[in-house]
Design a protein around this ligand. Structure first.
Ligand SMILES: CC(C)(COP(=O)(O)OP(=O)(O)OC[C@H]1O[C@@H](n2cnc3c(N)ncnc32)[C@H](O)[C@@H]1OP(=O)(O)O)[C@@H](O)C(=O)NCCC(=O)NCCS
Length: 218
């Protein structure tokens, strides 16, 4: 994609508020009225599992229009063997720049780097529509689940190396960086630092409910 002149570079401290605002714009009213992702990003940069080497922004004409971040996660098999993997997210692009290939560019750039860093598996929750074209597959296809043998429909797995997962059952333990978002007052306090924005219902919230409450059972 060369029709746009952009650079993909590491996020730096001066970008923090611009990136948080970008996340707020991208996620606002998408999954719930309002959103928590800007607070999540704000807090996750200090989390022990956050990976600064994979914290990238996409910049066009001096403006940051997209970002992607990763944390360390792990898979544990039934014998207790552990495998370090990546949990991807948030990934977001400013609404007026969406569906032009920028999300794809951010993922492909960071997947290549992650592979060089020695990672072979990326996992995230998400709407499959956004990820299957990037080679993500259902967690069920790789036998990756939650304790209790739950295979969430929105749990998506991308292998960076073909033989990364060998068919044995793996239990996914995600990084707990998003726990901070359960503190609704803290989210509200943080959100008040940004320009006012109206919380509202929109159909994507029902889509999110369906995806996030579904599991693959056969
Ligand atoms: C999801 C998001 C990051 C994708 O980034 P993007 O720059 O808009 O997406 P891209 O243009 O790179 O397209 C990525 C894929 O989306 C799908 N897509 C693209 N245009 C589409 C359209 N008009 N309709 C449906 N799907 C489309 C395709 O699968 C595409 O891959 P392909 O072009 O290789 O086939 C971005 O839309 C976004 O920030 N959305 C709001 C926040 C969000 O949902 N983040 C993800 C959390 S799960």
């Amino acid at each position: 994609m060369n029709k746009y002149d952009y650079i993909i570079r590491l996020e730096n401290e001066k970008d923090y508020r611009e990136v948080e605002n970008l996340a707020r714009e991208a996620f606002w009213n998408l999954s719930v009225p309002g959103c928590t992702e800007h607070y999540f990003i704000h807090m996750m940069r200090d989390h022990e599992d956050f990976i600064p080497e994979l914290d990238y922004v996409l910049e066009m004409d001096g403006k940051i229009v997209g970002c992607v971040m990763y944390c360390k996660g792990k898979l544990v098999d039934e014998q207790g063997n552990t495998k370090e993997i990546l949990t991807m997210g948030p990934l977001c692009v400013l609404p007026e720049y969406q569906r032009k290939g920028f999300g794809k560019a951010l993922l492909e750039h960071t997947f290549a780097l992650a592979e060089k860093m020695g990672y072979d598996t990326v996992i995230n929750f998400g709407n499959p529509d956004n990820y299957v074209a990037r080679g993500y597959k259902s967690c069920k296809k790789y036998n990756v689940c939650f304790e209790g043998d739950i295979f969430p429909a929105a749990l998506l797995v991308k292998v960076l190396k073909e033989d990364a997962l060998d068919g044995r059952k793996w239990f996914y333990h995600q990084c707990d960086a998003d726990k901070c978002c359960e503190d609704e007052e803290a989210v509200e306090r943080f959100d008040a630092e940004f320009p006012p924005k109206e919380k509202a219902w929109q159909p994507s919230q029902e889509e999110f409910y369906i995806h996030s409450h579904s599991a693959i059972t056969w």
